[in-house]
Design a protein around this ligand. Structure first.
Ligand SMILES: [Zn+2]
Length: 279
């Protein structure tokens, strides 16, 4: 299992959302000057309207993830408990239809293992494990998990993550370490080399950056609110995760979703600022 790594948010500069000129400059630099091999460069995310640097097309990433997804499904038992499946799918349907990706084709699998985990893979594939459903005290908390995963998909975080990893690796090889923190690069580069040809595993294995996690957390709460769920339960969910992490075996979700206590704090601030609830 890959250890979680902390990615410096300054790595390949993701400028604040409002600062488009800075972001545009970064994209231009990456596409033409620093990394001349980048041909696709910046694209506009149709769901958020934001410019993003993504050297892989969405279709290409979805295709890469297809193998990992079918492997996972053939190797992991799926739940045959009708109540459990129904609870997940009911919550999923209620959340999905208020998101920018409403009505798209999705494949949702409910895996029958104790893993306290959930994930989304490129190509609209969502995996939910029995363990995280069991941890959730109610449907509102489950909606927080599912909303968070849709958030990753809407923001196309997998593509962002693969782009960063690839640029980091290429920069290492090309010796262009001056443009970014060499320490971060080494860390990421080692990880990529270690993974070898398992790039398709990126949809599952690698943790997202802190900024991506925060984006997904906030998007998840937005969807919960729109779907009529109790948004305060998202905070409770992270508190539960935090409590569980104090035990012997932290939830798998935590390996890719670190710092539950801090996330609960950030979500509380966001929920209050949005006026969804007063916590
Ligand atoms: Zn996440």
């Amino acid at each position: 299992m890959t250890q979680p790594i902390e990615l410096d948010e300054a790595l390949f500069e993701e400028a604040p959302r409002i600062n488009m000129s800075r972001r545009g400059l970064v994209c231009g630099l990456a596409a033409g000057t620093v990394f001349p091999f980048v041909v696709s460069g910046c694209t506009t995310n149709p769901y958020t309207g934001e410019q993003e640097l993504n050297i892989f097309g969405e279709a290409q990433i979805a295709e890469m993830a297809a193998t990992a997804w079918s492997d996972l499904k053939s190797q992991t038992p799926q739940s045959s408990n009708p109540q459990l499946r129904e609870a997940v799918l009911r919550t999923w349907n209620r959340v999905e239809r208020v998101t920018p990706k409403a009505g798209e084709q999705w494949d949702v699998a409910v895996f029958d293992t104790d893993d306290v985990n959930a994930f989304v893979m490129p190509g609209n594939r969502v995996g939910v494990y029995r363990g995280i459903v069991d941890l959730s005290e109610n449907e509102d908390q489950l909606s927080a998990v599912l909303g968070h995963e849709v958030g990753h998909s809407v923001y196309r975080h997998a593509g962002r993550r693969m782009t960063r990893a690839t640029l980091a690796q290429t920069a290492l090889i090309a010796g262009q370490v001056a443009v970014v923190s060499s320490e971060e690069l080494r860390q990421y580069g080692d990880l990529i080399v270690g993974l070898g040809g398992a790039a398709m595993q990126f949809g599952v294995v690698l943790p997202y950056s802190r900024q991506s996690e925060l984006e997904a957390d906030k998007a998840g709460v937005d969807y919960m609110h729109a779907a009529g769920y109790d948004v305060t339960q998202s905070v409770r969910l992270w508190e539960l995760m935090d409590a569980k992490s104090a035990g012997q075996r932290p939830p798998e979700f935590m390996s890719t979703h670190p710092e539950p206590a801090r996330r609960a704090d950030e979500l509380t601030r966001y929920i209050n600022a949005k006026g969804y609830a007063l916590i």
